[in-house]
Design a protein around this ligand. Structure first.
Ligand code: AMP
Ligand code: GLY
Length: 423
């Protein structure tokens, strides 16, 4: 089959490498891909959000199956546009992608169907929001309704901070129209767990749990990032919790979307918090997490293409999804300055031509191939990933991989998976 993977980060590199293990894949394209991906797939210079050009390319190349990995093309309706041209694809349609594209939609869905989440109110008029924050309990969270590159959730410690955040989101529109409506919700506490799940709209099959490290510095300090590392499985997620989440969160979510007339087909991301009063949803995403995909897919035994075809064809019930025993770890190496402004074009040393060594897989997130070697081209540059029998040995391997790699300004967290390690 000719497969097209849309996107160009570490998650897409992990998806592509996994798909290449399938005997059914004969050709694989990535749009836009990146330097590292270009060693595994044919990269096509089309932006992930350019729905029209992407569909035209898929038609021209007679693509058999498209995997839409990032959130923005899904929210824009790329799956619908592919379907209109008869191209099968993995990823929810525009109506179901609202579960990530609009926090007002997802929060009201949870409220109506009794799915546990932080208590909240939503506002489209700043006057009402201002009045609400005067009387609220602190800290609280203010979130832009729409997509905001993972930066749209902001904690407010007090009224003054809350008023400032409302101003930035609703008046200055720092996230554009995404901030024209906001959700204001109570603060929750507890360990966080990511559960990715395949769904064909009726059946839901959770994958191995994972943990994402969102803050830039060790000890969960500093600004939020797209994710500085991940481990799988998540040590906090017991079998009991998994059963409880299935009954109280996963199945009710899939059924809620079906009842609303927008069944979800693709990978549904549950961002959960294990609060003292039980597991609650922090957020949904309509796609694989990045870097969660890097660790979770490392442990997948079953042919990913077969699963994706079953998701797309509504036959997930017929597939047995198997996982490798053990654990996986991913350490992200980022450009100096990230998640703020950062420079690109720095030569990277320590990668072989295909970007891996010693049982460690290096997924490329922001690299370019300049003809002679890889140079940096993004904030998150590499996701150094290893799977092993135990989490400890996966971490050892991933960190030994990281120590082989260098570029000017590069930084990474030394405490992925627990205690700080030698850099
Ligand atoms: P979101 O963009 O909604 O996933 O939020 C990003 C991060 O902010 C989450 O992973 C949590 O660490 C934190 N967060 C968001 N909402 C809350 C909340 N209501 N209580 C505590 N932490 C939160
Ligand atoms: N790692 C968080 C996300 O993919 O949204």
């Amino acid at each position: 089959m000719k497969v097209l993977v849309i996107g160009g980060g570490g998650r897409e590199h992990a998806i592509i490498k996994k798909l290449l293990e399938s005997p059914k894949v004969t050709e694989i394209y990535a749009a836009p891909g990146n330097g590292g991906i270009s060693k595994d797939a044919v990269c096509v210079d089309i932006k992930a959000v350019d729905v029209r050009a992407m569909v035209a390319f898929a038609v021209e190349k007679a693509i058999d199956f498209a995997v839409i990995a990032p959130d923005d093309p899904l929210v824009l309706g790329m799956a619908d546009a592919m379907a209109e041209k008869g191209i099968r694809c993995f990823g929810p349609d525009k109506a179901a992608a609202r579960i990530e594209g609009s926090k007002v939609f997802s929060k009201s869905l949870m409220k109506r169907y009794g799915i546990p989440t932080a208590a909240y109110e939503s506002f489209s008029r700043i006057e009402d929001a201002r009045e609400y924050v005067q009387k609220a309990v602190y800290p609280l969270w203010i979130k832009a309704d729409g997509l905001a590159l993972g930066k749209g959730a902001i904690q407010a410690p007090d009224v003054d901070a809350a008023l400032g955040i409302l101003e930035r989101l609703m008046v200055d529109k720092v996230f554009g129209e995404s901030g024209s409506r906001v959700v204001i919700e109570e603060h929750m506490s507890g360990p966080e767990v990511t559960v990715l799940a395949f769904s064909d709209g009726r059946i839901i099959r959770p994958m191995i749990s994972s943990m994402d490290y969102k803050r830039v510095f060790d000890g969960d300090m500093g600004a939020n990032t797209g994710g500085m590392g991940a481990i799988a499985p998540n040590p906090h997620y017991t079998d009991d919790l998994a059963r409880r989440c299935m009954d109280e969160i996963f199945l009710p979510t899939i059924r809620a979307l079906e009842s609303e007339g927008c069944p979800f087909s693709g990978c549904l991301y549950f961002g959960l918090m294990l609060t003292p009063s039980g597991p609650k949803v922090i957020e949904y995403n309509c796609r694989f997490g990045d870097p969660e995909a890097q660790v979770v897919l490392s442990l997948l035994e079953t042919d990913l293409l077969e699963i994706m075809l079953a998701v797309c064809g509504g036959t997930l019930a017929d597939i047995d999804i198997r996982w490798k025993p053990g654990a996986a770890a991913c350490v992200v190496v980022a450009s100096g300055g990230y998640p703020g402004n950062y420079e690109t074009g720095r030569p990277i040393s320590g990668l072989d031509g295909r970007g891996g060594a010693n049982g460690v897989t290096v997924y490329h997130a922001g690299t370019k191939w300049d003809g002679a070697g890889f140079v940096t081209s993004g904030g998150r540059v590499l996701g150094v990933t290893a799977a092993a029998e135990t989490l400890e040995s996966a971490l050892e391997a991933a960190y030994s991989g990281v120590r082989n790699i260098a570029f000017e300004g590069g930084h990474y967290r030394k405490d992925i998976g627990g205690r700080p390690r030698q850099g």
